[in-house]
Design a protein around this ligand. Structure first.
Ligand code: CAO
Length: 480
C-alpha cells in the first residue's frame, strides 16, 4: 500500500434487531472517489429503506456486497483507499492488518468504534411525508433531512436539520415512489418529481442515475423542465451578471431549508394560477377581549396573540366553505375534500421559513390553540420540529402581523388551494352613522388557486372571516 494512503473499512452500522437485510442497491463502484456520508448501498427491511453512508472520503478499493445480497450489522460493505495524512474522519474504521500506515482510531472515539467495528449510525429513513417551509407564504422544507447527503451535492451549513417536507410536485406520488432516502433527497434538491422518473434499479427501483438522467433529458428539451431549473422548460432565463465588476461582493450559501424551499416555491408559483383577495377585519372588540384574557392565559404559561383567534376564525371559515379545504387530485379531474382541519402557519426561523401544523384544530379551543402555536414556534426556531409536526396541513396562515406591513401576496402551500396572509392591525378612522370612529383594522390577503376557487367565493370567504373575527365572543366558546 502506498505510504500516503491507508485502507478504511466501512461496515454496516448497528441496525437494532434487523438481520439479513436485503441489499437493494449498490451505489458505488471500484475506482470512484467519494466523500464522507456518500451513500454506499441501500438496504431494505420490511419497514424502511436506509442508506449506509461512507465514514470517510477516498477512492473505492473494493465493494464487498452485491445487489440482491443480504447483510447484518458489522458486515463489511466497502474498502476505501483514503489519504493517510490528517486526522482520521470520525467514525472511520481503519482496516485491520492491511493498514499498517493507518493512524490509530481517534482517542475520543467511543467504545465500540474500534477498528473493524461499525461506527456510523444508520438513521432509518422511512419515505418522507409532506411538510413545509415558506417564503412569502409558500411551502418549504422536507423530512428527507435525516438522509445522508449524496456525494456531489453541495454541503450546507448543517445548522438546521433538513426535515422539511413539503407538498410541492406530486407529493402523494413522491412519497410512494420506489426510491431510497438519498435518491429522494437528490430528487428534492433538484426539484424532480419522482413519479415521472422510470426506475432501472432492482425491481424497478429509482436510482441516482435515473434521477440524473431525467434531469439531463429535461435540460436537453426532452420534457418539461423541473420547476427549479431557471430558464428551462420554456421559461425565459434571467440574465447572468458578474456583479463583482461593479463593486465588492460576497457569496453566501443558501441554508438547507432554503435549498428545499426554493424549488417548492417555484413549483407553486409556476403551477398554480394565483389570485389574491384583499380584505379587512374590524378586530377592535377582539383586541379588547384578548386584553381581558391575556393575563389568565399568561398565568397558565400561554401567550395569547391574535393569531390564535385567526386560526379559530379560519377553521370556522373552512367549515363554511369546504372548497378551501380541498386539493386537486393529481389527475386534475377531481377534487379531494378533506373532512379534517389541520392549520399550518409560517414560522420565521434563522434558517428559513417552516410551516408547522396545528392538527385537528377544530377540536382545540383558543387557549389550546395558542399554547400549540407557542410550542411549535419555539420548536421551529430551535430546528426541533419533527416531520409529523409539519405534515398533513389543509390550509396555511402566514402572519406578518407581529412585524408590520399592510398587505402582501402569499404563495400557496401546494397542494393546498389557499393561504391567508395577515398583516399588522392598525387604528383607522371608520365612517359609521355619520361619524368617523377609531377602529382597529386587521388587513387580510387571501391567495387562492383559481382552478379550484372563483373570485366570488374568495370574496365570500374573506367577508365571512372578517365577520367571524369581528364577533370575537364566538371564537372563545368552549369546545365540547
Ligand atoms: N397585528 C398587530 N399586532 C400583532 C399581530 C397583528 N396582526 N399579530 C401579532 N401581533 C403582536 C402580538 O400580539 C405580539 O404582541 P404582544 O406581545 O404585545 O401581544 C407581537 O405582535 C409579536 O407576536 P409574535 O410574532 O411573537 O406571535 P404570533 O403568534 O403573532 O406569531 C409566528 C407567531 C410564529 C407566526 C411568528 O413569530 C412568525 O414567525 N412570523 C413570521 C411568519 C412569516 O415570516 N411569514 C412570512 C411568510 S411569507 O408569506
Amino acid at each position: 500500500m502506498n505510504a500516503a494512503t491507508r485502507l478504511v473499512e466501512v461496515r454496516v452500522p448497528d441496525m437494532g434487531n434487523f438481520k439479513d437485510v436485503a441489499v437493494i442497491d449498490v451505489l458505488v463502484k471500484p475506482g470512484e472517489t467519494i466523500e464522507p456520508e456518500a451513500p454506499l448501498v441501500t438496504l431494505e427491511t420490511e419497514k424502511a429503506t436506509m442508506d449506509v453512508p461512507s465514514t470517510a472520503s477516498g477512492v473505492v478499493e473494493k465493494v464487498h456486497v452485491a445487489k440482491g445480497g443480504r447483510v447484518s450489522t458489522g458486515d463489511l460493505v466497502v474498502t476505501l483507499r483514503a489519504e493517510a495524512e490528517g486526522a482520521q474522519p470520525a467514525g472511520a474504521a481503519p482496516s485491520g492488518g492491511a493498514s499498517s500506515a493507518s493512524p490509530a482510531a481517534p482517542a475520543a472515539a467511543p467504545a465500540g468504534q474500534a477498528a473493524g467495528r461499525p461506527t456510523a449510525p444508520i438513521q432509518a429513513a422511512t419515505p418522507p411525508g409532506p411538510q413545509a417551509t415558506m417564503s412569502s407564504g409558500a411551502p418549504a422544507a422536507t423530512t428527507e433531512a435525516q438522509a445522508p447527503r449524496p456525494s456531489g451535492l453541495a454541503k450546507t451549513d448543517g445548522a438546521t436539520p433538513l426535515r422539511a417536507d413539503f407538498p410541492l410536485l406530486n407529493e402523494h406520488g413522491f412519497s410512494r415512489a420506489y426510491a431510497g432516502p438519498s435518491v429522494r433527497l437528490l430528487a428534492r434538491e433538484l426539484g424532480v418529481d419522482l413519479t415521472r422518473v422510470k426506475g432501472t434499479g432492482f425491481k424497478g427501483r429509482i436510482t441516482h442515475d435515473d434521477v440524473k438522467a431525467f434531469v439531463k433529458k429535461m435540460l436537453s428539451g426532452g420534457a418539461a423542465a423541473p420547476a427549479s431549473t431557471p430558464g428551462a422548460g420554456g421559461l425565459p432565463a434571467v440574465p447572468v451578471v458578474d456583479f463583482a465588476q461593479f463593486g465588492p461582493v460576497e457569496s453566501k450559501p443558501l441554508t438547507r431549508i432554503q435549498k428545499i424551499a426554493g424549488p417548492r416555491l417555484h413549483a407553486s408559483w409556476v403551477n398554480i394560477p394565483h389570485v389574491t383577495q384583499f380584505d379587512e377585519a374590524d378586530i377592535t372588540d377582539l383586541e379588547a377581549l384578548r386584553a381581558k384574557l391575556k393575563q389568565t392565559a399568561q398565568d397558565a404559561g400561554i401567550k395569547l396573540t391574535p393569531l390564535a383567534f385567526i386560526v379559530r376564525g379560519c377553521v370556522k371559515a373552512l367549515q363554511q366553505f369546504p372548497l378551501f379545504n380541498s386539493s386537486l387530485d393529481p389527475s386534475g379531474a377531481s377534487l379531494i375534500l378533506r373532512k379534517y382541519f389541520n392549520i399550518g402557519f409560517a414560522a420565521d426561523t434563522p434558517n428559513g421559513l417552516v410551516v408547522p401544523v396545528i392538527h385537528d384544530a377544530v377540536h382545540k379551543d383558543i387557549y389550546r390553540t395558542a399554547r400549540e402555536l407557542g410550542e411549535l414556534s419555539e420548536k421551529a426556531r430551535g430546528g426541533k420540529l419533527s416531520p409529523a409536526d409539519m405534515q398533513g396541513g389543509c390550509f396555511t396562515i402566514s402572519s406578518l402581523g407581529g412585524i408590520g406591513g399592510t398587505a402582501f401576496t402569499p404563495i400557496i402551500n401546494a397542494p393546498e388551494v389557499a393561504i391567508l396572509g395577515v398583516s399588522r392591525a392598525a387604528m383607522r378612522p371608520v365612517y359609521r352613522d355619520g361619524n368617523f370612529v377609531p377602529r382597529l383594522i386587521l388587513p387580510l390577503s387571501l391567495s387562492y388557486d383559481h382552478r379550484v376557487i372563483d373570485g366570488a367565493l374568495a370574496a365570500r370567504f374573506t367577508t365571512f372571516l372578517a365577520q367571524t373575527l369581528a364577533n370575537s365572543h364566538e371564537l372563545v366558546e368552549a369546545i365540547p
